[in-house]
Design a protein around this ligand. Structure first.
Ligand code: HEC
Ligand code: HEC
Ligand code: HEC
Ligand code: HEC
Ligand code: HEC
Length: 224
């Protein structure tokens, strides 16, 4: 009897680990794995809930789906571009912890880094701000088209931290769109699934969407 219980506990832990590993970067991971633009699988070039035919096929069976890699999608452009037209959201975002996420890596002392590395079960030898294992959640569009790191230093600075496009998707098409198409080119459906790419159980054990939304998101004026 005792053996049956410990086996069940063992299996449960195993399943949880698989679930968590799957959940980390579930969203942009598809883009990294397939080298396809978000637009290959999403009707909105910045991603979101509505999937294209290829996206639905990928959801049903990733191994069998053919995802077109020649679709020209939107690229990450950096928060300085968003600032030009959305100054209110930008200022309000600056007051959130997300705006200091990269500095947190630079400032973290060796004991904090070791603690975080242990939680993630990774080995960190150099500065945390240069380790992919840390940087991936503390920047925007990590290793995606137009995303962090960028060769241009101004753009690179605008991709550091958890900025606009980490939640709203790559804005390259939205920025240049005709007025009537703008809304279709950016993701406003910011769900818990999106947050938990980074707010994993290991790194953010207290994460609750409703509570975290009040502090982590810029002020949003009532629709009207
Ligand atoms: C290979 C196809 C594919 C690519 C490429 C892809 N996605 Fe996805 N995406 C999906 C699928 C399938 C889902 C649904 C996953 C699920 O339900 O667990 C999804 C879910 C999402 C969601 C969550 C939607 C919700 O319900 O909250 C967001 C946001 C998202 N993707 C953004 C992006 C962005 C941004 C990119 C480009 C950087 C991208 N995706 C590239 C297939 C893809
Ligand atoms: C050239 C000006 C301009 C720039 C640059 C710009 N936006 Fe916008 N954005 C707009 C306008 C105008 C609207 C309102 C569109 C409407 O109501 O039809 C909008 C709407 C939005 C919305 C809400 C969409 C909705 O469904 O209501 C989001 C989110 C957004 N922008 C994010 C961004 C992000 C992120 C960036 C940077 C990548 C950015 N914007 C850059 C002009 C801009
Ligand atoms: C899976 C995404 C993810 C990875 C990978 C990640 N972090 Fe973080 N990190 C987060 C999140 C989310 C928070 C905020 C947690 C909270 O407050 O709920 C955070 C917070 C932090 C903080 C701020 C703690 C504080 O209270 O001031 C530091 C420092 C930090 N991380 C360092 C690191 C280091 C070092 C690494 C690499 C070993 C790393 N992170 C890797 C997601 C991540
Ligand atoms: C942590 C995720 C997150 C980040 C980072 C973020 N947003 Fe948002 N944004 C949201 C959420 C959530 C909403 C509300 C969506 C809804 O209506 O339910 C929103 C709504 C918006 C809207 C539409 C409502 C309004 O305020 O007019 C705009 C425009 C917008 N964001 C722009 C930006 C810009 C610009 C930045 C960067 C300076 C940014 N966002 C950063 C999550 C985020
Ligand atoms: C690209 C990764 C990423 C995404 C996506 C993300 N976050 Fe974060 N978040 C972080 C990191 C990293 C920190 C830690 C920043 C620091 O403390 O310097 C953080 C910190 C926070 C904090 C401050 C926690 C504290 O202890 O004070 C809140 C609140 C928060 N996030 C809410 C959200 C919400 C809500 C969403 C989804 C709408 C979201 N985040 C999406 C990475 C992310």
């Amino acid at each position: 009897m005792r053996r049956a219980i410990s086996l069940a506990a063992f299996l449960a832990v195993g399943a949880w680990v698989v679930f968590v590993t799957h959940q980390v970067w579930a969203v942009p991971r598809f883009a990294r794995e397939t080298k396809a633009a978000c637009a290959a699988c999403h009707t909105n070039p910045a991603g979101g809930a509505d999937l294209t035919g290829a996206g639905k096929a990928y959801q049903a069976d990733a191994a069998k789906a053919t995802v077109p890699t020649d679709v020209k999608g939107a690229e990450y452009v950096g928060s300085n571009k968003c600032r030009m037209c959305h100054l209110r959201e930008y200022r309000s975002w600056q007051a959130t912890r997300h705006a200091g996420a990269f500095a947190a890596l630079e400032k973290a002392d060796t004991s904090v880094v070791a603690q975080m590395a242990a939680k993630l079960k990774v080995e960190v030898t150099g500065p945390a701000s240069q380790e992919d294992a840390c940087v991936q959640c503390h920047v925007t569009g990590f290793q995606l088209a137009g995303g962090f790191p960028a060769a241009d230093s101004t753009k690179n600075a605008a991709l550091m931290n958890v900025t606009c496009e980490a939640c709203h998707g790559p804005g390259g098409k939205h920025v240049f769109a005709k007025a009537e198409d703008r809304k279709k080119m950016i993701n406003r459906a910011v769900t818990a699934k999106l947050c938990t790419q980074c707010h994993t159980p290991e790194m953010s054990p207290k994460f609750k969407f409703d509570e975290y939304k009040k502090l982590g998101v810029h002020a949003v004026p009532k629709a009207g």
